[in-house]
Design a binder for this molecule. Structure first.
Ligand SMILES: Nc1nc2c(c(=O)[nH]1)N[C@H]1C(S)=C(S)[C@@H](COP(=O)(O)O)O[C@H]1N2
Ligand SMILES: [Mo]
Length: 446
């Protein structure tokens, strides 16, 4: 931790990245008077409590008094790293596996470290991974996309041909339908990386699926579903309703300004905004237009919602309105009283986030958080709210509302509706308990 500031510090758990300057930059952007006043008071309190501390006194601080090596020697040349890497001081920020979650690493998950990210974009190297049969680095020269089924002229495209077509770039979240699955029966995992880390958000570039279907002469009267098939050993296949396919789905090759990473489907993946991750078929090789869903393995035995009456709900593909506080979050520790910026992410598969409310008392009272721009449809939205910790125990929660008016439910309400044997589609409010010692833990308040 590079900071000497004595307020608002979080101690990272070994696996938990925490930004070194949580309290920096306060007072910058367009604050209203109430907020400025709030900050002034909590800063004054923190400074007073630390009157004898090193916060304001430079004397004896080697970081100020001693000439640093980097200021008195020549640095490395350009292109020393032809493809830039993060600082070695940030090595704890990693995708991680949940130990024991799956028997094979080829059909497993690595989780995005949401606790250590800023804004809404997931860096490509930290995008979560979910593979059913491992990943390959496929040579684009030998890869093809076939479109067949209810079309006037079935076509086979090379990657080069696809990339010549008019493309779009849009920012969207991708969330696995099984995100937060481990917590259905009670708090099971310690940190936001594992509770919510099957979630990423990128700018995707590709050709609108509607354009390709038009090229092939889709039989608009009969076309109801599209089967998307991957080129991996899992031949992962999912049926996509035609409305989703023709609305905003993209056959994508780009991710945050560069080609997709192999783990995420290079050279081609389907992007189905707002829809659960399994429909975003990676290494996309075929799209078949049909008049009915295909009932593939991944939709007749997996990704079903087992309801309390014993029936399975199928094709519940939209990721409903959800949010989570990413800092302070499970596994972190508040080291001092004083100011904290409670920050987190909100998203909805049905459109834009309309508002986010935050509670510090386990859901009894709520306060509206500030939404950072941009607020885009089917995209992560960053929220922030000021908090001065007085050293007492609290339970922090966030509750998102989307533009359709859907309000993120409490876990109790979700269980009442869906039972306790569900796996997928848990969009419940997350609770983080802050103890008097400042330790943050995953708890549930029904
Ligand atoms: N071909 C193929 N596509 C796939 C998968 C797969 O195993 N094979 N996994 C799916 C699942 S379940 C999810 S959640 C997302 C994960 O995408 P990511 O690995 O880029 O995060 O890809 C989906 N597309
Ligand atoms: Mo998934």
């Amino acid at each position: 931790m590079g900071t000497q500031r004595k307020f608002g510090r979080l101690l990272p758990a070994p696996e938990n990245f925490v930004p070194p300057s949580l309290a920096a930059e306060i007072g910058a952007h367009g604050m209203n008077d109430a907020r400025r006043d709030f900050l002034r008071k909590s800063f004054a309190a923190a400074s007073a409590a630390l009157a004898s501390g090193s916060l304001l006194a430079a004397d004896g601080d080697p970081a100020i008094l001693q000439p640093q090596k980097h200021a008195t020697s020549l640095g490395l040349p350009v292109a020393h790293a032809p493809y830039g890497q993060p600082s070695r001081h940030e090595a704890s920020l990693q995708r991680r596996e949940s130990p024991g979650l799956t028997r094979k690493r080829e059909s497993s998950i690595s989780f995005t470290p949401l606790q250590g990210l800023f804004g809404i974009i997931t860096p490509n190297g930290l995008h979560f991974e979910r593979h059913h049969a491992g990943w390959h680095d496929i040579d684009p020269a030998g890869h093809r996309l076939m479109i067949n089924g209810l079309v006037a002229s079935p076509k086979v495209y090379t990657i080069g041909e696809l990339m010549r077509l008019p493309s779009v770039s849009r920012m969207h979240f991708i969330e696995c339908g099984a995100n937060s699955a481990m917590d259905w029966a009670g708090p099971a995992v310690p940190s936001v990386q594992y509770t919510h880390g099957m979630l990423s958000c990128c700018e995707f570039t590709g050709v609108p699926l509607s354009l390709l279907l038009e090229h092939c002469g889709i039989d608009a009267a009969r076309a109801k579903w599209i089967l998307a098939e991957g080129a991996d050993g899992a031949s992962l296949t999912r049926s996509i309703p035609i409305e989703r396919a023709l609305d905003d789905a993209i056959v994508a090759w780009g991710m945050n300004g560069e080609m997709l990473r192999p783990e995420n489907g290079y050279p081609l993946r389907l992007v189905v905004p707002g829809v659960q991750g399994v429909c975003w078929v990676k290494w996309l090789r075929r799209l078949e237009v049909g008049d009915a869903p295909y009932a593939t393995r991944e939709e007749s035995t997996q990704y079903l919602d087992l309801m309390p009456n014993g029936l399975q709900r199928q094709y519940s593909i939209i990721q409903e309105c959800k949010s989570v506080i990413t800092s302070p979050s499970g596994g972190q520790r508040l080291l001092d009283r004083g100011y904290y910026n409670i920050t987190g992410l909100a998203w909805s598969g049905r459109g834009k986030i309309a508002r986010v409310d935050v509670s510090i008392d386990g859901g009894r009272n709520w306060q509206q958080a500030r939404l950072e721009s941009p607020v885009l449809p089917k995209c992560l939205t960053r929220f922030n709210i000021d908090w001065a910790w007085d050293g007492k125990p609290y339970v922090l929660q966030s509750r998102a509302t989307d533009e359709t008016g859907h309000v993120q439910p409490k876990i109790g309400a979700l269980r009442a509706m869906r039972g306790t044997r569900s796996v997928y589609h848990n969009n419940a409010i997350q609770s983080w308990q802050v103890s008097a010692a400042g330790e943050v833990a995953n708890v549930q308040i029904s």
